[in-house]
Design a protein around this ligand. Structure first.
Ligand code: CA
Ligand code: CA
Length: 223
């Protein structure tokens, strides 16, 4: 019994060490790359060294299995414009103003390339493992299809779409990205409620949400 327990303990310890090496804690804020950031952004529109120094913060460090630092998520934002912007990252959408020098406030430092990227300029986010998961934890965003805008995708969204289509409720003004003044910082989407991404908000979106939820439920019960 003792042997079994010690094996379990060792396995737990190994697992936690692996987890720590891949998902580094993000609370240290050492700002290791601040000078590089200032150097790279010094010619950018809206750049202000003093404000950058004040606002710049490294919020997450990603290490590979060999414990080498691969990428860092950074935050630096000031002068938030009140304009309507959206940015699509996978199945989630950021909504908000525009900030400098990083459009949504977030950037990524690629250690190998020794270079910063605005997260809105990264076309292939899958190049950076865990990038979208980490970003979704940090950035306030909505899942595509979140018609009632409570930041969750569930059956209430399908019901909301059905009701809104027969005028029993109203889509939020922010649901419509085709409205004048809206601007995409990254990716294209016509409506937040356009779950099947065909450019329209119709009953097909409600059906697609229901089918997705049923699938998830089905997978959960068969596992
Ligand atoms: Ca919702
Ligand atoms: Ca649709």
């Amino acid at each position: 019994m003792k042997k079994v327990l010690s094996v379990i303990l060792v396995m737990c310890l190994l697992f936690s060490l692996t987890a720590v090496s891949v998902f580094a804690d993000d609370t240290t804020h050492e700002n290791l790359f601040l000078e590089k950031f200032l150097e790279q952004y010094k010619n950018s529109y809206g750049y202000n060294e003093y404000m950058c120094r004040d606002y710049y913060k490294e919020v997450y460090y990603h290490y590979n299995e060999d414990e080498n630092l691969e990428w860092v998520l950074v935050w630096c934002a000031y002068i938030d414009s009140p304009s309507f912007n959206y940015a699509v990252f996978g199945d989630r959408v950021y909504l908000g103003g525009y900030s400098y020098p990083l459009a949504t406030g977030y950037g990524l430092f690629d250690v190998e390339q020794d270079k910063f990227f605005d997260v809105c300029d990264i076309e292939e986010t899958s190049v950076y493992s865990e990038f979208e998961n980490v970003l979704h934890k940090k950035i306030a965003s909505y899942p595509v299809g979140d018609a009632n805008m409570d930041r969750e995708l569930d059956i209430l969204d399908a019901t909301f779409i059905q009701r809104a289509l027969v005028q029993l409720s109203n889509f939020d003004i922010q649901d419509d990205f085709t409205a004048p003044g809206y601007h995409s910082l990254r990716g294209e989407l016509s409506y937040l409620s356009d779950f099947n991404r065909d450019g329209e908000r119709t009953i097909l979106d409600a059906t697609a949400i229901q089918m997705k939820l049923a699938k998830v439920e089905n997978t959960a019960t068969t596992e």
